[in-house]
Design a protein around this ligand. Structure first.
Ligand code: PEP
Length: 264
């Protein structure tokens, strides 16, 4: 870890009820307040609740050091339109989110996200002043076929195309875009790549985006995939790993804060 780290909780389609969301937030805010210095000085924290809970969660996180992100936004319009079931960048920003996750492998897998739709989403998010946590990663079959680098390069080319369309974004993009390297085979499985594998991939990602624009040399690159309180220290010890995107372990405040402490 080379700079101020990020630890981001992706709550996915959890918790089930408003009551449970509030209980998780109670625990999280109690722990954050207890460890305020760690969180304020060394590690930035963010959580991404489901869209239905976004406004309530962001209202409770207002005036705390924990940021709130959406898990996705509409590709079709940055603001309004006849797009049943979608939530736009403007709507999630109005609900209090300051960031959004984009390109999570579960969205790519179950919602057929494409290069084009992700480019649209990235553009809409930045138009509405949302920061973006852009997820990339190879499947087990691609890993076994030694296709990881090719897959990563193709997924990262969305950023290259964004800059081709709007070169003026380059100067500030490393403050508004975070890359999360998440091997699909490590998500929710308990299987993790070695720290050396993650480190090499992060080096490759940083070099690749720096090739798009020199200003992206400072890009934050997180690791995601079965990070937990037991293995976080080993990832945090590597200077190429700037933090973690955490799924399952973010649903318990104590394990989430233990991961944050590892990166502090
Ligand atoms: C994720 O879904 O982004 C993730 C990293 O999940 P988990 O930590 O549960 O593997």
């Amino acid at each position: 870890m080379s700079m101020q780290a990020w630890v981001i909780g992706n709550w996915k389609q959890n918790p089930a009820t408003n009551h449970d969301v509030n209980a998780l937030l109670d625990d999280l805010l109690t722990a954050v307040n207890t460890e305020e210095q760690v969180v304020k000085n060394s590690c930035r924290l963010m959580v991404a609740p489901s869209c239905i809970h976004l406004a309530a969660v962001s209202a409770r996180l207002k005036d705390t050091s924990v940021l709130c992100a959406a898990q996705d936004i509409s590709a079709h319009s940055a603001n309004t339109g006849a797009y049943t079931g979608d939530c736009s960048a403007q709507q999630v920003a109005d609900a209090g989110a300051t960031w959004t996750i984009l390109g999570h492998s579960e969205r790519r897998q179950y919602h057929q996200e494409t290069h084009e739709s992700l480019l649209q989403k990235l553009t809409h998010a930045l138009t509405q002043n949302l920061g973006v946590v852009f997820c990339i990663g190879e499947t087990q079959a691609q890993y076994d076929d030694k296709q990881t680098l090719a897959v990563i390069d193709t997924q990262l080319s969305v950023v290259k195309d964004l800059l081709a369309q709007q070169p003026e974004l380059a100067a500030s993009l490393s403050e508004r875009l975070i890359i999360a390297y998440e091997p699909v085979w490590a998500i929710g499985t308990g299987k993790v790549p070695t720290v050396a594998e993650v480190s090499a991939m992060h080096r490759h990602i940083k070099q690749t985006v720096t090739g798009f624009a020199e200003s992206l040399e400072a890009m934050t690159v997180l690791y995601g995939g079965s990070v937990n309180a037991d293995n976080a220290d080993s990832f945090a010890a590597d200077p190429m790993i700037d933090g973690a995107l955490v799924g399952g372990a973010s649903l318990k405040a104590d394990s989430f804060l233990m991961i944050a402490n590892a990166f502090s």
